[in-house]
Design a binder for this molecule. Structure first.
Ligand code: HEM
Length: 404
């Protein structure tokens, strides 16, 4: 049986706060070459690729450099740089070594094993949530379960979850007027990761911390993977595994509750409909305002605007590519009947999201559990009144007060 779309078509732009503005300061006046240029918040000029094929071409170029951008005064959306050792800032060949080092544990097959654990964590969080005086899905479930999942994955005490989530939120919100706060939060997380690697902070013998420490001693990695690279990679797991998932859980549920026909449709068949809802909101929603990071071309890149020369800063505008009308019919519609598609919200090519299988597993598992348990869930306030975090790397409802 196929359920039809709700009678009223809903577009991402119809739901208060949901849609994401362009992340750049402004589009620059067109030059004779017709290549679209933007001003980044860092003041740099970048070429902005928005078409699906162009964005894929850039992300597939494994010579385009992130390391050349992640320097003091470099082109960026963020007010501060992240460490050069995090995966997104590494170039080939070191990047490839680190992806190989971590990939096995993040495969879809490995992640399938985690469904019962995430289900259990969600049910435990729900038991608290439904007895709260003012139940709040973001506070009680969506910012807790992904953080607890990461703790379990790493093999660190669950008591770290709230602390880790709060610091990650500061780093990813990246407020321009809180540079000191970002540095402080980053420093606390990085210091903890260093202590874990050094065996000076509590972790068990079976989680990723122990697995990666043992792997680092193997001959294949012993010379290449130093403690800094391992710390940078673990920071990616901590920041992405926790707050990225929390962000998409919050936005997806908010969208469905703000347009109750969507929520009703999903509750009618959670097993089948939740993955469709997740996929469609993902297509339309980056995590923050930018959905990806700028690159500097090291080799010329062939695009629909002709060949872009080496040295140019180029931004792959994923959110625009995912609404390219040449690829996605009626692109702004939240359409659960959209045919399966290859949206780019997890990126593409060498930097494609390392945690996409973890994210998919967690999003689908948590939402199936919540939707099945609360078929009458509704927002406690009008959608316009729901408060949001409008951060650079984290844009989501900051609270989701609901009635059961
Ligand atoms: C729904 C949630 C998520 C979304 C939408 C998302 C999106 C993305 C995107 C677009 C990129 C590539 C950025 C670029 O090329 O400029 C990326 C990279 C990355 N993501 Fe995710 N992510 C999510 C969840 C996660 C999770 C759960 C983890 C935990 C491991 C994670 C860790 C990473 C890391 C480490 C990278 C860098 C990969 C590399 O450079 O090789 N992300 N993510």
């Amino acid at each position: 049986m196929t359920l039809s779309l709700p009678a009223t078509r809903v577009a991402v732009t119809d739901i208060p706060h949901l849609d994401t503005p362009d992340p750049f300061v402004r589009r620059l006046p067109t030059e004779p070459d017709n290549i679209p240029r933007i001003e980044l918040p860092s003041g740099h000029t970048a070429i902005c690729l928005s078409g699906y094929a162009d964005v894929r071409a850039l992300m597939f170029d494994d010579t385009a450099s992130r390391a050349l951008c992640n320097v003091d005064g470099g082109p960026s959306f963020m007010p501060t740089n992240w460490a050069p050792e995090v995966l997104i800032n590494l170039d080939a060949p070191v990047h490839g070594v680190m992806r190989r080092f971590v990939s096995h544990e993040f495969s879809a097959r490995a992640m399938a094993e985690w469904v019962p654990i995430v289900q259990g964590l969600t049910l435990a969080a729900c038991a608290e949530f439904e007895h709260a005086d003012a139940p709040d899905l973001v506070r009680d479930v969506f910012t807790l379960v992904p953080a607890q999942t990461v703790c379990t994955l790493l093999g660190v005490p669950l008591e770290r979850a709230r602390w880790m989530n709060g610091l990650g939120r500061i780093v990813q919100r990246a407020d321009r007027d809180d540079i000191d706060g970002i540095g402080e939060a980053w420093g606390q997380l990085w210091g903890w990761v260093e202590a874990l690697i050094a065996g000076e902070a509590e972790h068990n013998d079976t989680g990723l911390i122990s697995i990666y420490k043992r792997r680092r001693a193997e001959r294949e990695y012993a010379t290449d993977v130093d403690a800094g690279l391992l710390a940078g990679t673990l920071m990616g797991v901590i920041l992405g595994g926790d707050n990225n998932v929390a962000t998409m859980l919050s936005k997806t549920t908010y969208a469905a509750l703000a347009h109750p026909q969507l929520y009703r449709r999903v509750t009618a068949a959670p097993e089948r409909e939740v993955p469709k809802l997740v996929e469609e909101i993902l297509r339309l929603m980056p995590l923050g305002t930018p959905g990806s990071f700028p690159r500097q071309l090291v080799n010329p890149l062939s695009t629909s605007f002709g060949e872009l020369p080496a040295g140019r800063i180029v931004y792959p505008h994923i959110n625009a590519a995912n609404r390219d009308p040449a690829v996605f019919a009626d692109p702004l519609a939240i359409d659960l009947d959209r045919p399966p598609n290859k949206h780019l919200q997890y990126g593409y090519g060498m930097h494609r999201c390392m945690g996409s299988a973890l994210a998919q597993m967690a999003l689908i598992t948590v939402l199936r559990t919540v939707v099945s348990r609360y078929p009458s869930l509704a927002l406690a306030a009008q959608p316009e009144e729901v408060p949001w975090d409008f951060g650079i790397g984290l844009r989501r409802p900051s609270e989701l007060a609901v009635t059961l």
